[in-house]
Write a protein that binds this ligand. Structure first.
Ligand code: NAP
Length: 287
């Protein structure tokens, strides 16, 4: 690329960010769309967050992404946030709108987008959500805005399951919600349409582990593991052996990035077909 005075800077701030794929993804999208932009990542400590945002304001940075551990703390330094980001209590995308920094959250939408990209209707679906951490929260809140039937949340720590259940029902009290530990002792497996893993089980150093065993689920079950390194986790490998339809976390990761760019560049339509091209660019980084 040709960097000039007119090149616009987009960034990621987080800590640690060394292994983040965002620079590769965003710079690839810039290249595909021939944008005069560059995306860089910065490792920022909590005590430097305010100074960083002030520096971004002074530099008139057009947009940036925010990742762990700053997704919540960033909010107090922004001028406004969207209703969705407010409900999630977290921001992952910031846009400079005429000098004002506005916070968005594309995590949940990035997840949901996989279903629309694959023509899968979420209406009346019964969902098993494993994990109730930050990613599960974004997914749960976004699912609560869909026309699904039920969410069964399984997690090691029941307290955070209960918080997520309460959040989901505060958004949509028609959704049937249940909480359990990861043994899932009370679940009706045959009723489950979609299993989502939002725990890091399956990711390094737990590559040899799967969060649940898959006997007893219907042949039509869809399994979505949001872990993307490795691309095929043990859960996805075993799901494929059972004949289940599977999605890897790379899909959510790419969708989120594309949705951030939709916000930054006011795109009306986005062609998610570019995902195949992006996934090709990424494959050597995730194996
Ligand atoms: P988080 O906020 O730390 O939450 C982790 C969740 O997993 C918690 O519910 C935690 O349970 C559970 N957990 C952690 N270690 C466990 C273990 N050894 N056994 C059982 N449960 C365990 O993390 P997060 O931000 O939600 O991220 C979770 C995973 O999703 C990570 O692997 C991350 O890389 C991936 N992710 C992917 C994308 C994507 O775009 N594809 C986006 C975000 C996150 P407790 O409450 O009991 O601690």
């Amino acid at each position: 690329m040709n960097i000039t005075y007119e090149t616009n800077l987009y960034c990621l701030i987080g800590n640690p960010i060394e292994k983040s794929l965002s620079p590769i993804i965003h710079n690839s999208i810039f290249e595909i769309f021939d944008r005069n932009c560059v995306y860089l990542s910065f490792n920022i400590n909590g005590e430097d967050l305010e100074n960083t945002i002030n520096a971004f304001r002074a530099m008139k940075v057009k947009g940036f992404n925010v990742t762990i551990p700053h997704k919540k703390n960033i909010i107090k330094y922004l001028d406004d946030i969207t209703t969705e980001a407010k409900i999630m209590g977290a921001v992952n995308t910031v846009k400079n709108e005429n000098g004002k920094f506005v916070g968005y959250n594309t995590d949940g939408e990035g997840f949901i987008q996989t279903f629309s990209n694959n023509n899968i209707d979420l209406k009346d679906k019964n969902i098993l959500l494993l994990g109730s951490g930050g990613a599960a929260f974004s997914i749960g809140v976004t699912l609560a805005m869909q026309d699904i039937n039920s969410i069964y949340i399984g997690n090691r720590n029941i307290e955070s399951c209960i918080l997520l259940k309460e959040k989901i029902n505060s958004i949509n009290n028609k959704i049937i919600t249940n909480v359990d530990n990861l043994q899932l002792e009370n679940i009706d497996k045959k009723s489950i349409d979609i299993i989502i893993n939002s725990t890091p089980i399956g990711m390094y150093p737990m590559e040899d582990m799967s969060p649940i065993e898959l006997n007893g689920y219907s042949k039509e079950t869809i399994v979505y593991d949001i872990v993307y390194k490795p691309l095929e986790t043990k859960l996805l490998y075993e799901s494929k052996l059972k004949g289940f339809k599977v999605f890897s976390g790379i899909s959510m990761l790419l969708n989120q990035a594309i949705l951030s760019q939709k916000i930054w560049f006011d795109l009306k339509e986005i062609n998610f077909k570019i995902i195949e091209k992006l996934a090709g660019n990424l494959s050597s980084y995730v194996e």
